[in-house]
Design a protein around this ligand. Structure first.
Ligand code: PGA
Length: 251
């Protein structure tokens, strides 16, 4: 079901003490009437503790930032979807541009990761988005469509209901240059159209599509007021309780 979501992608930040303090601070600041789904995506090593802290607060969940494409076995350093689920996480972020670029993750590999996530009852936050060069050469729509179709279109409609899409233009991530609300809305509406073409209007209207890329407590209100933007995947600003809670209150 389509819902408003704000997810904090901590990336490789915060040690155990600081991570726990941040979650506790945010939970204290969240209003009792909070209707936004709030997600924390810490590093794997904090996942169990963060999930535990979220356990008794409605609409608050933990996510991992990745999972292995394999079920189990001799993959030193990898973390399986089963392990993540057993820590109490509800979501896994897959296909973040930092994974695609730095770790050469392909659309095909992401299909296997999604399979592992679903086999362990995890929901997926699936990231897509173009580079600056792709936008400048006007191939960004085609690129985003291929990321979505190649990794997701083998799924049934029931499976797609367990996918949240995050549109994250690479040129806006960690740069302080956010997409304008018009630019973001244009791509979100395009993504919803791509889902509609394949799965029909009901499924596309029920898909949550988040924006990510220098989203902060100042620009979130305008971004989230756009018709096809259902929330945000937040990097830098998710490391401050004050900013993150302000973003969750921006609907
Ligand atoms: P940013 O990162 O908010 O720091 O730009 C967003 C993301 O990479 O998910």
């Amino acid at each position: 079901m389509r819902k408003n979501i704000v997810a904090g992608n901590w990336k490789m930040n915060l040690n155990r003490v600081k991570g726990i303090a941040l979650v506790e601070d945010i939970l204290k600041r969240l209003s009792a009437e909070n209707k936004t789904e709030v997600i924390f995506a810490p590093s794997f090593v904090h996942l169990y503790k963060v999930a535990k802290l979220c356990e008794n607060t409605a609409n608050v969940f933990a996510a991992s930032q990745d999972c292995s494409a394999s079920e189990k076995g001799a993959f030193t350093g990898e973390v399986s979807a089963e392990m993540i689920a057993s820590c109490g996480a509800r979501y896994v972020i897959l296909g973040h541009s930092e994974r695609r670029v730095n770790f050469r993750e392909t659309n095909e590999l992401l299909k296997s990761k999604i399979r592992q996530a679903f086999a362990n009852n995890l929901e997926v936050i699936f990231c897509c988005g173009e580079s600056l060069e792709q936008r400048q050469s006007l191939v960004h729509f085609e690129w985003i469509k291929s990321q979505i179709s190649e990794s997701l279109f083998h799924l049934s409609a029931a499976e797609l209901a367990k996918i949240v899409i995050a549109y994250e233009p690479i040129w806006a991530i960690g740069t302080g240059v956010t997409a304008s609300s018009d630019q973001a809305q244009e791509v979100h509406s395009f993504i919803r159209g791509v889902i509609e073409e394949q799965y029909g209007g009901e499924v596309s209207q029920n898909t949550s599509i988040l924006y990510g890329g220098s989203c902060n407590s100042v620009n979130a209100v305008e971004l989230f007021s756009q018709k096809d933007i259902d929330g945000g995947l937040i990097g830098g600003a998710s490391l401050s309780a004050e900013n993150f809670v302000a973003i969750t209150n921006s609907f």
